[in-house]
Structure formats: C-alpha cells, structure tokens
Design a protein around this ligand. Structure first.
Ligand code: XMP
Length: 526
C-alpha cells in the first residue's frame, strides 16, 4: 500500500472500505464519494490494526467477496474494526464475516440468491431514514450462496428476503449495520441512500469533499512539494494528462512545460486541438514534437500487435527523454495516474495474471530519468477527474472525450501501418464520430472508433467494380474499460454511417459493426 498521505484525508472526514475481493468494491467507493465523503479501498489482508487506527476513519465498510466464511482460512477483518468504536457497515461477505467474528452463525449450502430479489423491511433503522419504510418491499441485487442463520448478541433484523431471513440487520448500540444484498449497484433501488445514511447520519461525515475543495487543497500541496523547481508533463491529448497539466499550471505557472509527442498515429485534428488548447488558450509552455517519421519508419513492415506496442512504447520514451533534456533542469515529472491504477486488488490466486496487451501511455515514462513524480490525480476516479476538469474551467468537449490509447491508431489497424491507410482510417473515424455526435449519442458511449481491416473485398459503385478495404465500427458502454458491452445502435443509424463512409472515404467499400462484448473481446482490436 502506498505511504503517500492523500490530501483529502488531512482535511476531510473519511471512510475506510475493506476489500474482500468483490467485483464491485469500486462501486462502493464511488457511491460514498458521490455523496461528498472521501474514502479509500484497502485489501483486507493489508489492513493491520495499527494502520486502521492511524488512518482514523469515521466509519468502515466491509465489502463483498468470492470466499465463504465457512472455508478454512476464510478472510476476516482485523479485530480493531469492531473494537475501535466507529460505525461499521457489512455488505454480503462483509455481513457474513461481521456476524461470524461477533459470535453469530453463517451457513453455506443453501440455494442462494443471484440477481434481482426483494427485501421486506420489518423495522425502522437509521440507515433506512427517508428511503425505505417499515412494511415495504424493495428491489435489491443479491449475489450469495451462504447466509446468516444466527445473529450475534445485540443484533436485530430490519429486513428479510425469501432466501435471506437476515437480509438487513443492525446493532444500534454499537452502530453496526449489515446487509446481504449489494447497495452499491444500481439494481438496488435507493442503495445509494442507504450508504449515504450510513456515512452522513450514522458516521456523521460532513459531506464536504468536493472537486472545488480538492482543487484548492491539491494546488497548495503541489506548490509545497515542487517549490521553485521545474516540472515536465507528458500530454497525450487525453483527459487525464490534460487535467493534470491544467491543474499543475494553475499551481506553478511557467515552472511547468508540457511535452506532446506526435507519433503520426493521432486522430484527425488531434495535434492542432492540443496545441491550441494548451499553448494558445492556457499559455502553457509546450514542446510539440513531430516524431511521425521516426515512428512510422520504425513500424514499417511490423504486423504483430505486441511488437507494434513495444516499438511505440520504446520510441516514445526515447523522444520524450530527448525533449525533457531540452527543458533543462526539470526536477519533477507530472503524471495523470488515477486511483484505479493504484488500488491494489485482493488476489486469492496468488500468481500474476497473464499479459493481454502491453499498455503504453504517457504514464509509463522512464524510471531512469531521475525525476521525482507528481501525481495529483492518484486519489481520483475517472469521473472525478472530469469534475475536476470542470472545476478548473476546462472546455466540456475536452473533458467529455472518449479515452484514446497511447499507441493511437496503430492498434486500430491490424496488419501493417502505412501513411495511406492511416489517412483512410482518420477520415472514416471522423465521419463515424460526426454521426454519433449528430445523433446526440456521444455521451452515452464510453468509447467509439473506426478500425481499418487489412482485407480488401469486392464491391460495385456506379457501374464499376471496386476492390477496397473493410472498415469495422466499434462502440462500447463501460464504466472502467475493464468490461464492456457493445452499443446497441439502431439499424438506421448504422446504415447512415455506412453510406457516408463509403461515399466519402476513398479506399473503403464495406463497413461492418463489431458486436463483441468484453470479455471475450477487448475494446481495441490489438
Ligand atoms: P482494451 O483494448 O484492453 O482497452 O479492452 C481497455 C481500455 O484501455 C485503452 N487502452 C489503452 N490506453 N494505453 C492507453 O493509455 C494503451 O496502451 C492502451 N491499450 C488500450 C482502450 O482504449 C480502452 O479504453
């Protein structure tokens, strides 16, 4: 776990979430933060009694998880969670371990409940205030095999479901609450209210953690850290590095120099937009390095996706390093690292997971550069970064942009990369995104782009035979890019885009739509 003390815990009430390995633990954090309360996720096995006490949370939430408390060596919460006198909220596995650790009983082998279920409220509770009334039946989202069968001393039932007679329980004297369902997912209607009641009413959090306060506090912190030294920041044109740069600039002005490396594989107009926004609008010193000849030269004939990615990563570092030397005596490197990149997840399998793709972004910069890091976004989720961008007055069309990968169009072009094909792809991508914006769908989609396939097919235009490339369109919904669903466009929309691309983009005579979700597909094609 990082020993960096986040800005937010020094100034604001905060909640600790102990992670037992649930797929949706991050959603707990997002719900808590949406209500203006700072929180952090720690893996249960790294949270020692001393660490928790030093962190001094106003309350603790125990997440769900894949284990059974009936297993030998089942994960448990450190004792201090239940003895330090702060309110505790257990969710699913968190409920089960709370019950077991406090002397109740949990049994496995029941039929379980998965997906939508209904909970009947049998009593009033502080966590239900203003939302669920006694006697009501409310929709929740369940995912459990085990269930509580005997309550620990001091607890009473406040809700039950068909498969879980102890679906909601509480010990009002000690301020312990626990639910069998998942209040953090949207399918539990009013789930966020339950969590809010816990953090605000029960724990007494002020709810004053906002992006406006974060901005001011982080600026002060950057100034204290950097002093009068120089900072360099790699810009990719994406949201994270852009917000990092603007925040840094607000904090330290001209001590910041941004470096934008044009790999020759950017989208249409991308480089101009970055240069206009940063150099002209914000007046930030910017090195705009056109390295397209170098990148495209070294990629000539390369078709293997991993070789492409590794070549681009290596060249990027070389070029960046070279630009950094021109800035002179920079002491710090600013990076747009986000909270999901620094959360350590609970691993029950031990070994490292397989590499699906070698990621490259401006974050993966040379360790040997001997620069200290400034990572002002490392406490934030992506949507919070967007809010911070708004608090900094950045233009909405920049903040709301879809993610764009570090290797750029290279990984949207299976097979060899050529200037001619890049030009074709840029045009198709522009038409596609233009139509998405016209249809008002841009903000509903996590990411949309065109892919140029290395196959040619036969077509007929006018009375002539054509033999041109195939373009695949991709659009997905997602919350974090880890999983994704393909976007269900209307057929009429797809037809319109296809017609426009074939009419307007010379070199493409066939358009397909990718209907693969992730998993099993990935979002990018390479
Ligand atoms: P995949 O293709 O792995 O992508 O499903 C998940 C998300 O990550 C983005 N992506 C990258 N971003 N450098 C980046 O900065 C990379 O090398 C990279 N590869 C994929 C992708 O666009 C999607 O949002």
């Amino acid at each position: 776990m990082s020993d960096i003390i986040p800005t937010s815990i020094e100034k604001h009430d905060h909640i600790l979430i102990l992670d037992f390995g649930s797929q949706v633990t991050q959603l707990i954090a997002r719900r808590v933060r949406e209500s203006g309360v700072y929180c952090e996720i720690w893996p249960f096995n790294q949270a020692t009694d001393e660490r928790i006490q030093a962190y001094n949370p106003k309350g603790i939430i125990l997440s769900g998880g894949p284990c059974s408390v009936t297993d030998k060596d089942a994960p448990s919460a450190p004792d201090s969670v239940f003895t330090m006198g702060v309110p505790v909220f257990g969710i699913c596995y968190g409920q089960q371990t709370m019950v077991k650790q406090l002397g109740g009983e949990v049994e496995g082998g029941h039929s379980g409940e998965f997906g939508r279920a209904f909970v009947e409220t049998v009593d009033d509770s502080d966590i239900l205030e203003g939302s669920w009334k006694k006697g009501a039946s409310e929709q929740v989202w369940m995912s459990h095999g085990d269930r509580v069968t005997k309550l620990p001393e001091g607890f009473k039932i406040i809700g039950k479901s068909e498969g879980a007679p102890f679906a909601m329980i509480e010990d009002t004297a000690r301020h312990f609450y626990a639910v069998q369902f998942h209040p953090e997912v949207v399918h539990t209607l009013d789930g966020r209210e339950l969590l809010r009641n816990f953090t605000h009413n029960v724990c007494g959090c002020a709810g004053d953690w906002t992006m406006a306060s974060f901005k001011e506090e982080e600026i002060a912190r950057i100034r204290a850290k950097v002093g009068d030294k120089k900072v360099i920041c790699g810009l990719s044109g994406g949201v994270d590095s852009s917000v990092t740069a603007v925040l840094l600039h607000e904090a330290i002005g001209d001590q910041l120099t941004c470096i934008y490396v044009d790999t020759g594989m950017m989208r249409a107009g991308e480089s101009e937009q970055v240069v206009t926004l940063f150099r002209e609008h914000y007046n930030i010193p910017l090195i705009h390095e056109d390295a397209s000849d170098l990148f495209l030269g070294q990629l000539e004939g390369v078709t293997d996706p991993e070789t492409k990615r590794k070549t681009i990563g290596r060249l990027f570092i070389e070029v960046f390093d070279d630009c950094a030397k021109r800035v002179g005596d920079a002491a710090f490197l600013a990076q747009g690292t986000l909270y999901p990149d620094v959360i350590e997840s609970v691993s029950f399998t031990g070994g490292p997971s397989v590499t699906i793709k070698s990621h490259h972004n401006v974050g993966g910069l040379p360790e040997k550069m001997n620069l200290k890091l400034v990572e002002p976004l490392r406490e934030l989720f992506k949507d919070e970064v967007r809010d911070l961008g708004r608090a900094l007055g950045m233009p909405e069309d920049f903040i709301g942009r879809h993610p764009f990968p570090g290797p750029g169009l290279a990984i949207r072009m299976p097979g060899e990369i050529t200037r001619e094909k890049l030009e074709i792809l840029r045009k198709a991508d522009t038409v596609y995104l233009d139509e998405i914006r016209n249809a008002g769908l841009y903000d509903d989609i996590w990411q949309a782009f065109a892919v140029l396939l290395p196959v040619r097919t036969v077509g007929v235009m006018g009375d002539a035979r054509t033999y041109d490339y195939v373009c695949a369109l991709r659009a997905v919904t997602s919350t974090d890019g880890m999983t994704a669903d393909y976007y269900p466009f209307d057929h009429s929309f797809l037809g319109r885009v296809s017609t426009r691309i074939i009419n307007e983009v010379k070199g493409i005579n066939r358009v397909t739509y990718d209907i693969t979700s992730k998993p099993p597909g990935t979002i990018e094609w390479e």
